[in-house]
Design a protein around this ligand. Structure first.
Ligand SMILES: Nc1ncnc2c1ncn2[C@@H]1O[C@H](COP(=O)(O)OP(=O)(O)OP(=O)(O)O)[C@@H](O)[C@H]1O
Ligand SMILES: [Mg+2]
Length: 468
């Protein structure tokens, strides 16, 4: 397959002219006169424009199309890079320098400025403001949500350009055009189905279209129904593996393993168990295990150092790393196996109930839905329990977790957590009870666990232990 054929369609079919950016007439009416003013040599009062609106509706595309159409040199930077001094300086220098008489005019794109709204990025925001003040070229920024309080100075300094969510018809039209260009047979109802699922995000619609078209050579409603998952749909482990091993592109593989409720370790275990089920060629198997092992090491390091920003590397290794290891094995319909390790745990049959009970006990207090708790909070809780028995002990006491829950969460570190709990509870008791035997300590713990909050409020004396 040529490299062009493998190019993601969202890139291949990016609008080249302003006119090709569909259904953003309002945005164009605001943006184009402002841009022409710049190009006419009279910088407008607001030297920057802020494009805002939902994902995948043409914000970045409009800047690129305008640059192309007006023959401007596009200086592009993801705004989250604004932490690095050398990047800021590089852009600032370009912005402050007038183009030479015969040189091409420039337009500066700072993509996704809402990514830098954190307090840690204060310096980045100031740098952007300074850039806007000194620029001699139009600056366009993009954001999904520009209403964050911290972005206010940027809003004040910018021409605000709103982008609309695209409707189903726009999306179907755009998809149809791609089907024709690719000479792929696409059923109208299939395109409608993709459009509905995309919730106005043309980028994701195009990605869905490509994954079905390239896997099957045509796009029918039946295929689309079984393959296209809605935004909030999560894959079962079997679906995850099927999607992972069928992936032709890195993004498909990554999507397969990031759209599931399973915790990170469980994902790796499922893949681990099924690499030899899916791949037959020894060199493929070797490469896949190599990638998976590196994912595993990375995950361990992340847990140890709590550097969660590295998590996406784990997904890169375990997803694309494994999927793209297949060079010689033919794709076959495999019957995936349940990981032995999980099977052993699940045999106690309690796991599910315990998870639900924890969600009940804790989820309510942290104000998230049960589903969200199980997918987003529980995995982290488990890691805390396995890695930091001292924190875990506080959590266990605060939420009054039962022994079974602690066993589930802490696994082999159960004893360590219990020891920390006992120590904490002792400290919370009055000094005279410190010498209590282990058994009375245990019953005190239960009692204390139940009443921690009310008691510390009521007594107002003695040593208070802060739980968080
Ligand atoms: N209005 C549109 N007209 C034509 N193509 C579009 C439009 N919106 C999106 N696309 C297609 O979807 C892809 C993604 O669009 P784009 O990058 O412009 O989205 P965005 O609004 O910048 O999203 P994000 O906020 O996620 O950055 C483009 O490559 C293009 O192919
Ligand atoms: Mg964009």
């Amino acid at each position: 397959m040529s490299s062009l054929a493998r190019m993601p369609w969202v890139i291949k079919y990016r609008p080249k002219r302003v006119e090709e950016v569909v259904n953003q007439e309002q945005a164009k009416r605001v943006f184009l006169p402002w841009l022409r003013q710049w190009l006419g040599g009279k910088p407008p009062e607001k030297k920057a424009a802020l494009f805002y609106g939902p994902a995948g509706v043409g914000k970045t595309s409009l800047v690129e199309a305008a640059a192309h159409e007006y023959r401007l040199e596009l200086i592009e930077m993801n705004a989250s890079d604004f932490r690095r001094r050398e990047d800021i300086d590089r852009i600032a220098k370009i912005a402050a320098t007038q183009s030479s008489l015969f040189g091409r005019k420039k337009i500066i794109l700072l993509d996704e400025v809402d990514g830098i709204s954190g307090t840690a990025d204060r310096g980045g925001l100031d740098a952007i403001l300074e850039l806007i003040n000194n620029t001699r070229h139009p600056i366009v920024m993009t954001a999904n949500d520009p209403w964050d309080q911290k972005l206010r100075p940027l809003r004040d300094a910018s021409l605000m350009v709103a982008f609309n969510r695209l409707n189903e018809r726009d999306i179907v039209t755009a998809l149809k055009r791609i089907c024709e260009a690719e000479r792929i047979e696409c059923e109208h109802d299939a395109l409608k189905y993709i459009a509905q699922r995309s919730e106005g995000d043309l980028r994701s619609a195009i990605n869905d279209l490509q994954s079905v078209a390239e896997g099957y050579g045509r796009v029918t409603l039946d295929l689309v129904r079984s393959l296209v998952v809605s935004r909030d749909r999560q894959y079962s482990p079997w679906e995850m593996l099927r999607n992972l091993f069928m992936s032709k592109y890195a993004w498909q593989a990554k999507r397969a393993i990031t759209h599931t409720d399973l915790d990170y370790e469980t994902i790796l275990q499922w893949i681990n168990e099924n690499i030899p089920v899916q791949y037959s060629d020894p060199s493929d198997i070797w490469r896949a295990y190599e990638a998976l092992a590196r994912a595993d090491i990375m995950l361990a390091r992340i847990k140890r150092t709590m550097s969660w920003d590295l998590l996406s590397y784990v997904f890169d290794l375990a997803g694309p790393g494994v999927a793209l290891s297949r060079k010689k094995s033919k794709f076959k319909w495999a019957k995936y196996q349940f990981p032995q390790k999980i099977l052993m745990l699940a045999r106690t049959k309690e796991t599910r109930e315990i998870r639900n009970a924890i969600a009940e006990a804790v989820g309510k207090r942290v104000l998230v839905s049960k589903r969200k708790f199980l997918s987003d909070v529980l995995p982290f809780m488990k890691i805390i329990f396995e890695e930091r028995p001292d924190y875990a002990a506080r959590i266990a006491i605060a939420y009054n977790l039962t022994d079974n829950m602690i066993k589930y969460l802490a696994g082999p570190r159960y004893q360590a957590v219990k020891e920390h709990m006992n120590m904490l509870l002792l400290r919370m008791e009055k000094p005279s009870t410190v010498s209590a035997s282990a058994t009375t300590r245990e019953s005190k713990r239960k009692e204390a666990g139940r009443g921690v909050r009310s008691r510390s409020k009521r007594s107002g004396r003695g040593r208070q232990t802060t739980l968080f």
